[in-house]
Design a protein around this ligand. Structure first.
Ligand code: GAF
Length: 385
């Protein structure tokens, strides 16, 4: 992570003047995968990894952006008609500017320098962190109060309609609304949220498989289509269902003959995952870490076997993690096809866990996993000046 002094200096060198600083975190999801776009439940936490922006307002309608991560610069003129995606990282930033305007939030031009410590392609939401920090920055520089629920929705819209990735609301929502030392139980239909404290006896540990399979976005959209197909095919039997959130496991089982086998398995992941998240929130509240860990393990099995979004390296990493002393549970986190594994580990066992998992995963795959214990953070905001 770049320190704030260096961030200011880099800004002054590139654009001149004194910037304001903002931040937006990446996330890890403890449980509830692919449930967000089914109007269901998720339980992410915001991470220490974050996107940071140094920015100042301009007196025209041009947004210039420079990334310290890749050294690239780009600009967009908000007053010009027909700003279209370029197919690169700038779409996450400019897409948010375009969607803010479309939502009726007139924004000023700005010079923005961004720097992010969220590893790209690791399933920790580097894109949502970039969207949210840019959105927060543009709103603040333009004198708008930031409504963090609305900002999450606008950033999701940017990703859906400008970038072309049909993601749910989870990543943007937790980046906007994370709570220090807590996971956040989110109802992705009502957008109600409840902070759930993490028992100090346990630590959230994230291990990066260091692989990312390129088919991720296409497969993601296919999973969404399967869920929508499930709703369509179940509607005649179940009546008015808006999303798989409205289907109980018993109802799914009774009506499975209406679904092709693959669609049935996709739906079974979502329906059972929603139930797992609801139970997970209950058991975490009463400090039953063993029960929470079992739900994490079951979630992984469901992602691997029913939703088929895991891959060999991630399964190996999960298997190694689940079999360490002091581990309550472990599962893949994020969209899938590589990326990170999250484990809940007894506080006193964390050091041994990190060492053992690193060695065993390297022996099994040749990859050296980045592994770190996390302390959940607050959502986006100004960066300490
Ligand atoms: C990605 C998406 F962006 C989220 O909306 C969510 O669906 C997640 O995959 C899977 O739970 O991070």
């Amino acid at each position: 992570m770049v320190d704030t002094v260096s961030l200011r200096e880099a800004f002054a060198e590139r654009f001149g003047g004194t910037p304001q600083l903002f931040r937006a975190p990446g996330r890890v999801n403890l449980i509830g995968e692919h449930t967000d776009y089914n109007d269901g439940f998720v339980m992410p936490a915001a991470l220490e990894f974050e996107a940071q922006a140094a920015a100042s307002v301009r007196d025209d309608r041009i947004i210039r952006i420079h990334s310290l991560n890749n050294g690239q610069s780009a600009e967009i003129d908000l007053s010009a008609a027909g700003n279209t995606p370029r197919g690169d990282w700038t779409d996450y930033a400019f897409g948010v500017a375009v969607m803010l305007e479309a939502a009726g939030k007139q924004i000023s031009g700005a010079d923005i320098l961004v720097s992010s410590s969220v590893p790209v392609g690791s399933g920790l939401s580097s894109s949502a962190a970039l969207e949210v920090v840019v959105g927060y920055t543009l709103l603040s520089l333009s004198g708008h109060a930031v409504d963090t629920v609305e900002l999450a929705q606008i950033c999701q819209k940017a990703e859906n309609d400008y970038v072309g990735m049909r993601c749910g609301i989870m990543d943007q929502f937790i980046s906007c609304n994370g709570v220090h030392d807590h996971a956040l139980m989110i109802d992705c239909r009502s957008l109600e949220r409840k902070p759930v404290p993490i028992d100090p006896k346990a630590r959230i540990v994230v291990a990066n498989s260091m692989v990312h399979h390129a088919l991720a976005d296409g497969e993601y959209n296919k999973r969404r289509n399967s869920c929508e197909e499930g709703v369509r095919l179940l509607t005649p039997a179940l009546g008015d269902i808006a999303a798989l959130r409205d289907v109980s496991f018993a109802a799914l089982e009774e009506n499975r003959d209406f679904l092709p086998e693959l669609t049935y398995r996709r739906c079974r992941h979502i329906v059972t995952e929603n139930e797992r998240v609801l139970t997970a929130a209950e058991v975490l509240e009463r400090g039953d870490l063993e029960a929470f860990g079992q739900l994490m393990n079951a979630s992984h099995a469901s992602m691997r076997d029913d939703y088929e979004i895991s891959c060999a390296e991630v399964d190996t990493l999960v298997d190694i993690a689940q079999n360490q002393p002091g581990v309550f549970g472990a599962r893949m986190t994020g969209g899938g096809f590589g990326g990170c594994v999250v484990a809940l580990v007894a506080a006193e066992a964390v050091d041994g866990f990190i060492e053992n998992v690193r060695v065993a995963y390297r022996e099994a795959t040749g990859h050296t996993s980045d592994i770190f214990a996390c302390a959940p953070q607050d959502g986006a905001g100004p960066l300490d000046q």
